[in-house]
Design a protein around this ligand. Sequence first.
Ligand code: FAD
Length: 479
Amino acid sequence: MPASPPVILWFRRDLRLADNPALHHALASGRPVLPIYVRDERLEGRAIGAASRWWLDKSLRALDADLRARGGRLILRSGDAEAQLHRLIAETGADQVFMNRLFEPEAFARDADIAHGLKADGVVCRGFNATLMCRPGAVLNGSGQPYKVFTPFLKALLTAAEAPSGMDAPETISVPEDASSEAIDDWGLHPTRPDWSSGFVGTPGEAGAKATLEAFVAGGLKTYATDRDRPDRAGTSGLAAHLHWGEIGPWRAIEAVRAAAVQGRVPAGEAEKFVAEIGWREFSAHLLHHFPYLPERAFRPEYDAMPWRDDAEGLAAWKAGRTGYPLVDAGMRQLWATGTMHNRVRMVVASFLIKHLLIDWRLGEAWFWDCLTDADLASNVQNWQWTAGSGADAAPYFRVFNPVVQGEKFDPQGRYVRRWAPEVAGLPDRWVHAPWTAPPMVLAEAGVRLGATYPRPIVDHVEGRERALAALKAVSAHR
Ligand code: FAD
């Protein structure tokens, strides 16, 4: 009897073995499974950024090790995904492809084309959802329209979405010998010359995701609702990159925090606050699905008329963390050094770029895309547009974060800025968020020479704010 043909398991952003519906169904077919990852720069509509490549490198290595521990391995190929799938099919006789869907509109359309092309060759493609609580497009309001406001969306999501039952990682996976693989070392995903990643944080891979969730449930979750706004505390989960790469699914995180609440280990309100934040991730995916132009254009079209300034110097100072505002500078340096930035500080630095400097939010979004290990098209674009005031359910246009007040409120002892902007570390708390207001004696004692050891503010807060408000008021009047 001829051996039954293998099936292909096409990994993308679902880099895990537990709770992986495509893997589960591929194994349930009873056929040999060919796990493949294709490095196709065009797959998500835009090439992934440098920090994301760093994470992907480690996550793929972890996945390969996890597969090898079960008798399998990960097949690596690069180039056009469809061509690579056809090649693997020709080499092995596989007749089915199992995959977890990508929901970014461009990726989704491309997957549909690929499935169509494979079907013409007699190969069946089966798609699942491993990355979101609910498939985008499934939650609509009473008139069948997409929600544009977060709170009713969340309510509807939590009513409609159903947690899939848990799927354990398989104990063994046998992968046919004949399929060749490229070597990950040849992909050059880890930076060299220079290697700027020595301070990057996080442990990519499924085991890292599990450990991160466990540590959060045992620690930060208890005070999440308040501490999540404190960049000077370890108050958040650190799960964003793990969720983005699908090393853990959102439901498992939700179940873990809710279980802790049911067992009385954390207050229910803290757990539900975390669930709501996962809800923002869902809302972002939902918005991008319904409004696929969001990476390029404002959700509120009048905001596309913003009189953005062409300010290469200001943009460079912002990227380098040399704006003269310690909280902004600390955030930008944290991003560069670690591949992540605290959410509160993301809002402050984004607001500073858009409002104080009046620089197009798309330039900031692109920088984040390159520098964040959790860079996610839907979440990044949604949050940038939220800060710009141009998004759905966005911050009102007249909300201009004051980086000094934000620092005093959320980093009251200046621990966060002292860590990332050590030039001002010697200043007493009272001046650490606004060094230019300190008396000369205080500056001298702290070893701060403004304009020499630490920049003077590149824009005056009041002037920047008024300029932004005038511009924003003018465009928002054209609704
Ligand atoms: P936690 O507070 O532990 O939150 C739990 C999870 O909820 C996060 O891991 C994330 O998946 C989700 N989440 C939390 N806040 C948000 C939010 N505002 N929007 C969407 N999802 C959220 N998040 C990304 O995952 N990718 C991005 O590219 C991204 N870009 C951002 C850009 C800007 C300008 C801003 C203001 C925020 C951005 N965020 C982005 C949202 C948020 O800052 C990060 O998700 C969060 O800082 C990650 O840390 P954490 O996992 O410890 O979060």
